[in-house]
Design a protein around this ligand. Structure first.
Ligand code: KET
Length: 398
């Protein structure tokens, strides 16, 4: 019956993380998957989240199904976080938000919705992008194209080339944009570049799909919402998938959301209805605990304040590790420029290491990066940063 089924070659990120777990070496270093580790090398249990868990544990009750669109308190907390609670798009009801199974689930529901309601639309993603973007949208039946983004020569952004490609796309092409902390490069648009991009999207009638998986890890919780608010304020209709996996350190709870900004409340109601139908056909409704947990953190003023401070501390630690790695590498290999570690933002840096060099790092030194050369700098800590720099220097020196 199943003789025709071919083996799964594995996922470039998740399967590598599995390989890391199996590696018997005790001094191995995991800079592969996009997970924030604390200075002790552990996935943190944030104080705000722990307190929310305690509140929930003290009032354990029946566990009904959530509505298809998720927990109401969660959905309004997401809108308040992304737009601010007094934003006219929020108060006017023109945003359709559903709780999703991680932001991956939000991307998938959005992709299915687009395939149904914009059947001719292709999607254009940055070159490079998170591998799963291609997989999710292709899996939903969309054809995937790319726009220029990363410039290997400068380690920066090909903004002009990007805009030029977008200007040539047919109307209603979906354009996937990383709202902050670009994965895998760490190269972001400045606020001025977002302002310059908005008219391009608007004039061409393109459908922006923002991926906001790292809110708070770039320049701050509010600053990282800049793109979301700029597109809304320009009157664009667009999609945004956001995640709590990283900024609440609740990966396995699968907490995310999909929001669709609509021209008015009447269209938002129809969009929400069709999103519910999409969810019903996929997994019926999202997890209760995930919604309650995030809603409790964001909806309890004291916990919300504590959470923001914790996110700020995580961002500061990532920046400190970027600086340390830069300084050690720069001292070891003064002929090369490692400035990109300081200018790139968020969890990831694109090191420019070749797949062969990445393989050598892993095999010889036990340092795991994704084969594209992507490094999760949030996996660095005081105990492994020097060793990582030494291994990288050895590999780069040939
Ligand atoms: N978008 C981006 C850009 C992203 O990096 C991830 C996860 C997600 C969405 C999905 O996160 P979720 O937990 O579904 O809300 N990225 C890391 C893990 C993975 O590949 O699944 C990574 O790039 O390592």
């Amino acid at each position: 019956m199943f003789a025709h089924i071919t083996p799964y070659p594995g996922d470039p990120i998740l399967s590598l993380n599995e390989d890391f777990q199996k590696d018997p070496r005790t001094d191995k270093i995991n800079l592969s998957i996009g997970i924030y580790f604390d200075d002790a090398g552990r996935i943190p249990v944030m104080g705000s989240v722990q307190r929310a868990e305690a509140i929930l544990a003290a009032q354990v009750g029946p566990k009904p199904y959530l509505p298809m669109e998720g927990l109401p308190a969660f959905r309004s907390a997401v809108q308040a976080l992304l737009w601010g609670e007094s934003h006219t798009a929020v108060t006017g009801g023109s945003i359709a938000t559903i709780q999703s199974v991680g932001s991956s689930g939000g991307l998938k529901v959005g992709a299915d919705f687009i395939h149904t309601w914009f059947p001719g639309s292709a999607i254009c993603v940055s070159e490079p992008t998170w591998d799963n973007h291609k997989a999710v949208f292709e899996g939903a039946g969309l054809s995937v194209q790319t726009y220029p983004y990363y410039d290997p020569a400068t380690g920066g952004l090909r903004f002009e080339a990007m805009c030029e490609t977008l200007r040539a796309l047919p109307g209603r092409t979906v354009v996937l944009l990383h709202a902050c902390c670009h994965n895998p490069t760490g190269v972001d648009l400045t606020t001025a570049q977002w302002d310059a991009l908005v008219p391009v999207l608007k004039e061409r009638g393109l459908i922006a799909f923002l991926d906001l998986a790292y809110q708070g890890f770039g320049d701050g919780i509010e600053a990282d919402a800049y793109a979301v608010r700029a597109l809304t304020d320009a009157g664009l209709s667009f999609f945004v998938a956001n995640s709590f996996s990283k900024n609440m350190s609740v990966y396995g709870e699968r907490c995310g959301a999909l929001s669709v900004v609509c021209p008015d409340a009447a269209q938002a109601a129809c969009v929400l209805g069709q999103l519910k139908f999409t969810v019903r056909r996929n997994y019926s409704n999202p997890p209760l605990h995930a919604g309650q947990l995030v809603a409790t953190v964001l909806g309890t003023p004291e916990l919300r304040t504590q959470w923001a401070a914790e996110v700020d501390a995580m961002r500061a630690r990532i920046l400190a590790m970027r600086q340390r790695l830069h300084d050690v590498l720069q001292a070891k290999l003064p002929g090369r420029d490692f400035g990109y570690f300081l200018t790139q933002r968020g969890m990831f840096s694109y090191t420019g290491l070749t797949p062969a060099q990445v393989d050598r790092l892993r095999e010889e030194f036990g340092v795991y990066l994704v084969r594209s050369g992507r490094m999760c700098v949030a996996g660095l800590n005081e105990r492994n940063v020097e060793r990582t720099a030494a291994a990288m220097a050895a590999v780069l020196a040939g």
